[in-house]
Design a protein around this ligand. Sequence first.
Ligand SMILES: [Zn+2]
Length: 308
Amino acid sequence: MMEPKRILAVDIGGSKLLTAMADVSAEGEVSFSGEVRRDLAAGLGKDEIFAAVTDAVDRTLLLTGAGNGFDALGVTIPGLADPKTARWLYAPFSGIRDFPIGELLARKYNCPVCGENDVNACAWAERLFGACRGVDDFLWVTVSNGIGGGLVLGGKIFAGHFGCAAEFGHLKVVDGGALCGCGGHGCLEAEAAGPAIARRYAQKTGKEGLSARDIAEAARRGDPDAREVFRKTGELLGKGAAAAANLLNPEAIVFGGGVAGAFDLFREGLKEKFNADIMTFANKNVRILKTELGYEAGLFAAASLPYR
Ligand SMILES: [Zn+2]
């Protein structure tokens, strides 16, 4: 059982912002109200992001009539974050450095603020509200335009010495492969995220400009090239997942993010490569799961933070 709380959930993404009031019951059920969504233009500075956040939060408070009647504010941060102070340390996509967003929100709304890197927060939310309830050791993987990872070990978020643990997307899976945003070659992110799915399909068919979602739809209609691309994507994810399992011996590996909507299309390739590469005796019972948090994963993630 959990302590019921009313939490103002703030999910800051790379290109959008979501806020909502989250009512968490003793059974761990979450109901959201007063949802507000705002697009975030690329390259916004600290002041502009803070203005967008407070505008959305004020709107959620107005819609729900909550006033100050909530227990805490949880905020997910798209980049490196200090979980103790909810300070946004670094965002690779916008150049933000050392932004005390937690402190500013606590002062403005006069409430406790809990912040965390967004992927770590998603992992924690999966443990509280999703597919990993009661699971102490697991890896959470998001596959969308990039690939990220979050680790829960020993029942706690494992952030690593410099806060950068579980960079699952930068495991090298193809020798001399595609150039990655990190500067390396053949990273999982460069070989198996949404843009890589589109690239591989275009190479096979000459059809440019399709999204991973379009290609998933084609695969479901029986397009053999699309099915093959997802199978290959699954094998690459399986190779990375096996490397992670051999290192960590987790109870589960959970896949979320936009491309995880095509989990059914890459599961078979993933499981085959995973089973081929794991040290079988140690990892034969590792469960490969799809997230149960769905479209609102980011809001669940924000709502989970006051329960760390
Ligand atoms: Zn990389």
